[in-house]
Ligand binder design. Structure first.
Ligand code: ZN
Length: 374
């Protein structure tokens, strides 16, 4: 089964890629592809302004529980005008893509959009053609403290399963669980319920029975494995996973960095950031930033191996900058590396992995993690 993900111009390429990577982290019969070049550009004529007069109206529409009111009042003042789009426009863009790219009828086309929609749902299938669907990528921060990519990826799976379980949108509304039980089919009438559903990443026996009639065992198993992997990664990123053994660092043949002990989470760094990180991994005794200049040749040989860049002068220039303390290049990269680890596995675990040390002092990565060969 193939699921084509498309995006509108409002959604960042970074979050879009993150969603795709999360979905593709577990191999199986559900195949997720993206077309990053095919951007849906909604213009002014496609949208209308919806005005929320009071905070409680916005909250009621988004079904937010009272606990997030503090967060809301810090972000918005009322009346609040929001650019809004109709469901029919969202589904039309899926259909246009389907026609233009000759997507087979049985494949899904799902639009990831930053746009607020007329009924303020986070995700929905097209009632006319339920292999089309949209998922709203904005507003998640009012409900859950983690990257939007986690709930968005989860909703992609939820829509695929919904298509198999229900015959129509009315059927969804009538038969999804109105009282949250931590099943993928919870209607989620308040914030707490969304968190419950994401944290359990479960399918109740009743829904499972319906799914088994429509989908193969391997497909259901794949969907469950992806949800479980999302759940664990989300817990890592929210710092909930503390008392676990540290994972070794695995660097694969393409120089991608994985943590096999933590759901094989990938730490995404640019080639220059990797160069610096690998240098520190190779030198567990640590290196003060002011001494990086002595390691230029070593950095250059790492960079030449992993960057794929072919302009030698340009490569030398970048490494020279990194070795020159006055440019601030190495410090910037050290803080970017830190933020990538914190984003992936939370502050507590991340500190065992990123390069740390006081200003002007020797910086290092914990030596116990040296389990690789660069
Ligand atoms: Zn259920």
């Amino acid at each position: 089964m193939k699921i084509h993900l498309i995006k509108d111009t409002g959604l960042s390429a970074e979050v879009f890629t993150e969603v795709l990577d999360l979905l593709n982290a577990v191999p199986g019969p559900l195949q997720f592809t993206c077309d990053a070049d095919s951007l849906i550009n909604f213009n002014e004529e496609d949208t209308f302004e919806h005005i929320y007069v009071e905070e409680k109206e916005f909250k009621a529409q988004k079904s937010v529980s009272s606990s997030s009111s503090l967060l809301l009042s810090q972000e918005y003042s009322f009346p609040l005008k929001r650019s809004t789009i109709s469901w029919s426009k969202l589904f039309k863009s899926c259909n246009d893509y389907r026609l233009a790219n000759q997507v087979p009828n049985g494949d899904f086309v799902m639009l990831l959009t930053e746009q607020n929609n007329e009924r303020n749902w986070f995700a929905c299938l097209d009632p006319q053609k339920p292999t089309n669907g949209f998922i709203q990528t904005s507003d998640w921060s009012y409900f859950i403290k983690c990257s939007a990519a986690f709930p968005v990826a989860y909703e992609v799976i939820a829509l695929v399963l919904q298509k198999a379980m229900f015959n129509s949108i009315k059927d969804v509304q009538a038969n999804a669980h109105k009282d949250a039980i931590g099943c993928i089919n919870d209607l989620c009438v308040n914030k707490k319920d969304i968190i419950l559903k994401l944290r359990t990443a479960d399918i109740c026996p009743e829904c499972m029975a319906k799914l088994k009639e429509k989908l193969s065992f391997t497909t259901i198993q794949h969907a469950i494995s992806i949800m479980e992997s999302l759940r664990t990664k989300m817990l890592f990123s929210q710092n909930f996973k503390q008392a676990v053994e540290l994972s070794p660092i695995h660097i694969d043949e393409s120089n991608r960095i994985f943590l096999p002990g933590f759901e094989n989470i990938e730490i995404k760094l640019t080639p220059l950031e990797k160069t610096l990180y690998f240098l520190y991994l190779k030198h567990p005794e640590g290196i003060a930033i002011s001494y990086l200049t002595d390691f230029k040749e070593e950095m250059y040989s790492i960079y030449a191996k992993i960057s794929g860049a072919d302009n030698i002068n340009e490569m030398r220039g970048r490494i020279n900058d990194m070795g020159n303390i006055t440019t601030g290049s190495a410090s910037q990269k050290i803080s970017k590396i830190k933020s990538q680890f914190v984003k992936a596995i939370g502050e507590e675990l991340a500190k065992h992995y990123y390069i740390h040390g006081d200003n002007g002092e020797v910086k290092k990565v914990e030596a116990t993690l040296k389990t690789f060969d660069i």
